[in-house]
Write a new protein. Structure first.
Length: 130
């Protein structure tokens, strides 16, 4: 089947076309792998720089950094709810009441009392501040 999705039979491919296709595929695959390595290294460096920038902005009580014609760098808080652990569930059930009549309330209670982790993150805006 061809890329267009037609049901007609594919043309017969010569051995040379097959070899060329395999060589190109391997070359593209290697290029992608190399690009991923570079991107991974850049992301690690960016994360280190995030820590430095966030620490400075927190120390100086700054939420926005004006980048001039490049927009802004904004420090925001990112919240993520952690998964419930068995010991935490047991503790929460003891606080509530384990009576089966309160099954819905128990589920609501557990959902409302999950641990929330907050972490400062940087967001870039391309909007220029005058």
């Amino acid at each position: 089947m061809s890329d267009s999705g037609s049901v007609t039979e594919d043309p017969i491919i010569s051995q040379q076309e097959f070899k060329n296709a395999v060589k190109e595929w391997v070359s593209i695959n290697d290029e992608i792998a190399e690009m991923r390595k570079v991107i991974n290294a850049k992301n690690k460096r960016k994360n280190k720089l995030n820590e430095v920038i966030i620490a400075f902005m927190q120390q100086n009580d700054k939420a926005v950094c004006n980048l001039g014609t490049s927009g802004t760098l904004q420090m925001k808080t990112q919240k993520s709810t952690l998964a419930l652990k068995r010991d935490q569930i047991e503790e929460l059930l003891l606080k509530l009441n384990t009576d089966p009549k309160f099954a819905k309330e128990t589920a609501d209670f557990l959902n409302q009392n999950r641990t929330v982790r907050e972490k400062p993150v940087l967001k870039r805006s391309t909007v220029v501040i005058d």
